[in-house]
Design a protein around this ligand. Structure first.
Ligand code: ZN
Length: 166
């Protein structure tokens, strides 16, 4: 199984490149990402997190112990994703990241977005997302542009360890 790259690895800070053709090698990457995300109990993952410099993200979960209060989202793949905010409304929500283990922070994201991209069969997807789903998609697309959630902190003291009360 693939390893998750951790914050500090220069591969996480590069811009990922567009996928030009959805062939078997891309489908294999999608499978590896889904396997790794499930094994890590993540709710999203982006290809650069396993060292692949391509614009591919996965999001979704059935039930998740890391985010127990959130409703399930079907596991989906989005290739060459694009987003467009549907309003100026932003909201703060707690984020974590498999590449930043143990740390959490409230991060401001667009509340409602339209997202587009291709699925693993090359079909065009265009949908609207709100709330936690919109948050995950914005977080994962950030990975494709070399951005990790701590880069978006409002103030450094917002960052905390999720087990700080144990
Ligand atoms: Zn992340």
């Amino acid at each position: 199984m693939d390893k998750i790259l951790l914050m500090g690895n220069p591969l996480l800070y590069k811009r990922s490149v567009e996928v030009t053709e959805i062939d078997q090698s891309i489908k294999n990457i999608v499978t590896r990402l889904i396997d790794k995300m499930k094994a890590s109990k993540g709710v999203g993952i982006a290809a650069p997190q396993i060292g692949i410099n391509k614009r591919i993200i996965i999001f979704g979960f059935e039930d998740n112990s890391r985010y127990p209060n959130e409703q399930p989202i079907p596991i989906s793949c989005l290739i060459n994703p694009e987003i467009e905010p549907l309003s100026n409304q932003m909201e703060d929500g707690i984020e974590g990241c498999l590449s930043v283990p143990g740390l959490r922070a409230p991060i401001s994201r667009h509340t409602e977005i339209k997202y587009k991209g291709l699925d693993h069969n090359g079909n065009q997807i265009e949908e609207i997302a709100t709330g936690f789903k919109a948050r995950i998609i914005q977080h994962e697309i950030d990975h494709l542009d070399g951005v990790l959630f701590p880069f978006r902190l409002n103030q450094i003291k917002d960052l905390y360890f999720e087990n700080h009360k144990e």
